[in-house]
Write a protein that binds this ligand. Structure first.
Ligand code: 26V
Length: 824
C-alpha cells in the first residue's frame, strides 16, 4: 500500500478487489453472480469512498486544528460531470481499480457509463467552478465550495426532426454514491414578510424583520479529491425543505392543505437549475434560490467561525474570504450586513468594514442582457430588510465616495447608483458587487481591461487598485490525463509524469515537435481517438464519419455571439463550391457541433434546426463524395466533451471580438492538440501568444475594429449585395432545398443577419473566416507540418491550468496559505 499526504494507505489491486466484493455484499446486498453493472459501480464507489473519507476526515481535522484562513467559493453552478474516473485518477488508483475490475470479469468503461453527469451548471461559468475546486484541493488550499443541491440539473437535449426538445435531468433519482447528507448542519432562512421599526429604552432605532416564510436548508457534502493524495475538500450543496417548526403552526390552525402547499413551495427552491435564459431573468424563484443558498452558507461559515473564535468578530475578515462567482450570489453582501448589524448588533461602519474585506467578485460577461438586475418591487416583496440595507449602502456610497470625487455631479450619481431609476426602478447587482468587494476581476486579460474601460470606468476612478485580472484555466487531470489516456501515456514516457500537477512541464514536449517518431506517435494517438469518436457518433446519430478526415469541432452553449451560424455559413460555402465544381479540391472535413440552446431562445433553436437540416442534406448527397460531413451531437455535456476533445483536429473559437469573456473549451481543445481557428477574443489572445502565430489560425475584426465599425455604422446589407457568395448562401437558406416542400423554414438566420442588422458582425467576418479555414486546409496537407503544430499546441498550453488561475487568485485576491494535511 502506497502512502500519500492526506490518506494513510492507498489500496493495491488485491485490496480493492476485496473491498469491492465486501461492499457488493455488505452495502449493496447482492452477490457476484447476480450483480448488475449498476450494483458493481456502486460497490466500487463505496470501496473508493473508504479512502476518500479518510482523506476528508484528515483534511477537516487539520483545518480545524490549524484554524486556517479559508476561501469560500459561492456559485449558483457546479458543472461536475462524472466523478468516478476523476476520483480514481486523483487518488492514483485508476489502474489498480481497472485491474481489480478486470479480475472480476468487468470492464471499467462499462462501470463508468453507469454514472449520470452531475450537470448542476449551464456552461463555462459552472465548469470553471468545478475546475477551481479540483485545483484548490490539489494545491492544498483550505477551501469550500457552496452552492445549490438542484434536484434537476441542466435539461437533457433530444432532437425531433432536427428540433431541440428539452427533457428533465434526474441525476440522483436513484441516489448518488458521492454525496453525504449532513442533517447536523441544517440551517433555517427567512423570506417575505415586513420590517418593523422599533426603539429601545435609550431611544435607539432598531429594525426588526418579521419574515413571512421560514425554509430549511439541508447540506449535502461532496468530497473533492485533490490530485495524488492532496487535501480532500468539500463541495457543500444546500437542499431546501419546509421548516418543521413553521408548518406546525399552520397545521395547528387547521391549515393542513395549506401546510402541504407550503411544503411544496419550500421544496421548489432547489428543484431546478435555471437554464441561462433571458426570458427567465427577473423570476422570483431565481432570486429566492440566490438568497437561500447565500444565507445558508453565510450562517454555516459563521457557525464554524464562532466555534473557533467565540463572539469576537475581530478576526472574521482574517479568516474568511468569499469569492462571488458572477453577481448571482451578490445578495450575500446585504445578508452579511443584516446578520452583523441586526443580529450581532454591530455598528454599520464596523460591519461594512468586515464586508469590504471579505467579498471579492468575478465578472464573467459584458453582455448587457446578462448583467443582473432585480426590480425594487420584487426585492421589497421577497427581502424587505435587504432592500433597506441596499438603500443605505447606496446612500453612503453616493455621499461618501461619488460626491467626494465628483461634487454635485448628478449625472455621475445616476450612472453609479446601485439603484437604476426609471419607470421600474431596479437593483443593479454588478454595482452592488463592486461596491461591496475588495477586489473585482475579469477572466482573461482583454476581458479584464474591458470590465474597467467599458463596464465600470467610474468605479476604477474611485478605486483603481480594486480591479485585477485572473485568466481562466482548466484542470489537466480531467481534461488531459483522464480523458486522453493515450496522449497522457506518451507524455509520461517523453517528459516524465509531473505535468498533471505542474503543467508548465509540458513545454519540454516542444523539443520533440520535429521528431518524426514522436510526430508519428502523436498522430497515431489522434487517429485512434478519432476512430473512438467515430464509433460514438455512429451510435448516437447513425452517421458514419471517416477518421481520416479533419475533425473540426465547435462545442459550447448555443448563442449568437458564439456564432455557430458563421460556422454554418462556411459549411454552406464549401458545399456550394463542391456543387459548382465537382472536382473542388479540399481535405475531407467532418464538422461536429455540440450545443444546448436556452429553451426560450428562439433564434438559437432555429440555428440548431438549420444545422441539422443542412447536415441531413449534405450527409446524403453523393456528389459530395465524403469531402463534407456535418454532425450535431445530441445532449452535449461534460461526458461528451471528454470524448470529443481528444479527437479534435480543429477547434472553433469564433465569437465576435469583445463578446466571449474568456472561453475555457478553447483551452481544453488546444491542450489536446487541436489547432484553433479563432478571433482575437477572450483567452484566444493569450493562447495565440503562447502557441505562436504558426500554430493558430486567427481571423476577423479585433475589439477595436469592431468598436470602430459599429461607431461608423455597420450595414450588413452591403456585404449581401457586394459578396456574391454571401448572397447565394443566404438566399439558398430561404428556398426549400434543405427542407423539401417547406420553403422559408430556415429563413430566421437570414432575417437576423439582414433585417436584424447582424448584431454580431457575422457577415463582416465571413470572408476572413473562410480564408482562415483555407489556411488550415493547406496546413493539413503537410502531415509532418501538422503534427508539429498539434504537438506545439499541447506543449505550449501550460499557462492554462486552473492551478495557475488558483495561484493567481491566492496572490492577487485571497492571500491564503496552503495547508499540508496531517494524518491521524
Ligand atoms: C446568466 C443567467 C441569467 C439567467 C438565469 C441563469 C443564468 C446563468 C448564467 C448566466 C451568465 C453566465 C455567464 C457565463 O457563463 N460566462 C462565461 O464564463 C466563463 C467562465 O469564466 C467564460 O469562459 C465564458 O467566456 C463566459 O461566457
Amino acid at each position: 500500500a502506497k502512502a500519500s499526504v492526506a490518506i494513510a494507505a492507498l489500496p493495491n489491486t488485491e485490496e480493492l478487489k476485496n473491498s469491492i466484493i465486501k461492499h457488493l455484499h455488505g452495502s449493496l446486498g447482492t452477490d457476484v453472480n447476480k450483480a448488475s453493472p449498476q450494483a458493481w459501480w456502486r460497490a466500487t464507489c463505496a470501496a473508493v469512498n473508504e479512502y476518500v473519507y479518510d482523506g476528508l476526515r484528515n483534511t477537516q481535522r487539520t483545518h480545524y486544528q490549524q484554524n486556517t484562513r479559508a476561501v469560500h467559493y459561492f456559485s449558483l453552478e457546479y458543472l461536475m460531470g462524472r466523478l468516478f474516473s476523476n476520483n480514481l485518477h486523483n487518488l492514483g488508483v485508476y489502474d489498480a481499480a481497472k485491474d481489480a475490475l478486470a479480475q472480476l470479469g468487468l470492464n471499467i468503461a462499462d462501470l463508468e457509463d453507469q454514472e449520470e453527469d452531475m450537470a448542476l451548471g449551464n456552461g463555462g461559468l459552472g465548469r470553471l467552478a468545478a475546475c477551481f475546486i479540483d485545483s484548490m484541493a490539489t494545491l492544498n488550499y483550505p477551501a469550500i465550495g457552496y452552492g445549490i443541491h438542484y434536484e434537476h440539473g441542466l435539461f437533457k437535449q433530444e432532437f425531433s426532426d432536427g428540433r431541440q426538445i428539452e427533457r428533465p435531468d434526474s441525476w440522483r433519482e436513484y441516489g448518488n454514491p458521492w454525496e453525504i447528507c449532513r442533517p447536523e448542519s441544517i440551517q433555517e432562512i427567512s423570506v417575505y414578510g415586513y420590517v418593523e421599526t422599533t426603539y429601545d429604552l435609550q431611544g435607539k432605532m432598531k429594525k426588526v424583520w418579521h419574515p413571512g416564510r421560514i425554509i430549511k436548508g439541508v447540506p449535502w457534502d461532496i468530497p473533492v479529491v485533490g490530485y495524488q493524495g492532496s487535501s480532500v475538500n468539500v463541495l457543500r450543496l444546500w437542499e431546501s425543505r419546509a421548516s418543521d417548526f413553521f408548518n406546525w403552526d399552520v397545521f395547528n390552525s387547521g391549515g393542513y392543505i395549506d401546510a402541504a402547499r407550503q411544503n411544496i413551495e419550500a421544496e421548489t427552491i432547489s428543484k431546478v437549475l435555471y437554464p441561462n435564459d433571458e426570458t427567465d431573468a427577473g423570476k422570483e424563484l431565481r432570486l429566492i434560490q440566490q438568497y437561500f443558498f447565500c444565507s445558508c452558507s453565510l450562517k454555516d461559515i459563521i457557525r464554524r467561525y464562532k466555534r473557533a473564535n467565540g463572539d469576537d468578530w475581530s478576526k472574521f475578515a482574517d479568516q474568511v474570504a468569499i469569492q462571488l462567482n458572477d453577481t448571482h450570489p451578490a445578495v450575500a453582501i446585504p445578508e452579511l450586513m443584516r446578520i452583523l448589524v441586526d443580529r450581532a448588533e454591530m455598528s454599520w461602519d464596523d460591519a461594512w468594514n468586515i464586508c469590504q474585506h471579505v467579498f471579492a467578485y468575478t465578472n464573467h460577461t459584458l453582455l448587457p442582457e446578462a448583467l443582473e438586475k432585480w426590480s425594487v418591487r420584487l426585492f421589497e416583496k421577497v427581502l424587505p430588510r435587504h432592500l433597506e440595507i441596499i438603500y443605505e449602502i447606496n446612500r453612503r456610497f453616493l455621499v461618501e465616495q461619488v460626491d467626494v470625487l465628483w461634487p454635485g455631479d448628478n449625472e455621475k450619481k445616476r450612472k453609479l447608483s446601485i439603484i437604476e431609476e426609471g419607470h421600474e426602478p431596479m437593483v443593479r447587482m454588478g454595482h452592488l458587487s463592486v461596491v461591496g468587494s475588495f477586489r473585482v476581476n475579469g477572466v482573461a486579460e482583454i476581458h479584464s481591461e474591458l470590465v474597467k474601460s467599458d463596464l465600470f470606468p467610474e468605479m476604477v476612478a474611485l478605486w483603481p487598485d480594486k480591479f485585477t485580472n485572473v485568466t481562466n484555466g482548466v484542470t489537466p487531470r480531467r481534461w488531459l490525463k483522464a480523458c486522453n489516456p493515450r496522449l497522457a501515456k506518451l507524455l509520461d514516457e517523453t517528459i516524465g509524469d509531473e505535468w498533471p500537477r505542474d503543467l508548465k512541464q509540458l513545454s519540454k514536449f516542444a523539443a520533440f515537435a520535429d521528431d518524426p517518431a514522436i510526430q508519428d506517435a502523436f498522430m497515431a494517438i489522434k487517429q485512434q481517438n478519432k476512430a473512438d469518436l467515430a464509433t460514438v457518433v455512429k451510435k448516437l446519430t447513425n452517421i458514419s464519419i471517416d477518421p481520416h478526415a479533419i475533425f473540426d469541432i465547435q462545442i459550447k452553449r448555443l448563442h449568437e455571439y458564439k456564432r455557430q451560424h458563421l460556422n454554418l455559413l462556411h459549411i454552406l460555402a464549401l458545399y456550394r463550391r463542391i456543387l459548382q465544381n465537382p472536382d473542388y479540391d479540399m481535405v475531407p472535413r467532418v464538422f461536429l457541433f455540440g450545443a444546448k440552446a436556452a429553451p426560450g431562445y428562439k433564434l438559437a433553436k432555429e440555428i440548431i434546426y438549420a444545422i441539422n437540416k443542412v447536415a441531413e442534406k449534405i450527409n446524403n448527397d453523393k456528389r459530395v463524395k465524403n469531402r463534407l460531413k456535418v454532425v450535431f451531437m445530441p445532449n452535449y455535456r461534460v461526458t461528451l466533451a471528454e470524448k470529443m476533445i481528444p479527437a479534435a483536429d480543429v477547434s472553433e473559437q469564433i465569437s465576435t471580438a469583445g463578446k466571449e469573456a474568456s472561453g475555457t473549451g478553447n483551452m481544453k481543445l488546444a491542450l489536446n492538440g487541436a489547432v484553433t481557428v479563432g478571433t482575437l477574443d477572450g483567452a484566444n489572445i493569450e493562447i495565440a501568444e503562447e502557441v505562436g502565430p504558426d500554430n493558430i489560425s486567427i481571423f476577423g475584426l479585433t475589439v477595436d475594429e469592431v468598436k470602430a465599425l459599429q461607431a461608423k455604422g455597420y450595414h450588413s446589407w452591403d456585404y449581401y449585395y457586394q459578396d456574391a457568395e454571401i448572397k447565394a448562401i443566404l438566399d439558398w437558406l430561404e428556398t426549400d432545398y434543405f427542407t423539401p416542400g417547406k420553403p422559408g423554414e430556415l429563413s430566421a438566420i437570414k432575417r437576423s443577419l439582414l433585417e436584424g442588422g447582424d448584431p454580431y458582425l457575422v457577415l463582416a467576418d465571413f470572408q476572413s473566416y473562410v480564408k482562415a479555414h483555407e489556411k488550415v486546409d493547406t496546413w493539413y496537407r503537410d502531415q509532418a507540418g501538422w503534427a508539429k503544430k498539434a504537438i506545439l499546441n499541447t506543449a505550449l498550453m501550460g499557462k492554462f491550468t486552473s492551478d495557475r488561475s488558483i495561484e493567481d487568485y491566492v496572490e492577487r485576491v485571497w492571500k491564503l496559505d496552503a495547508c499540508k494535511i496531517s494524518q491521524q
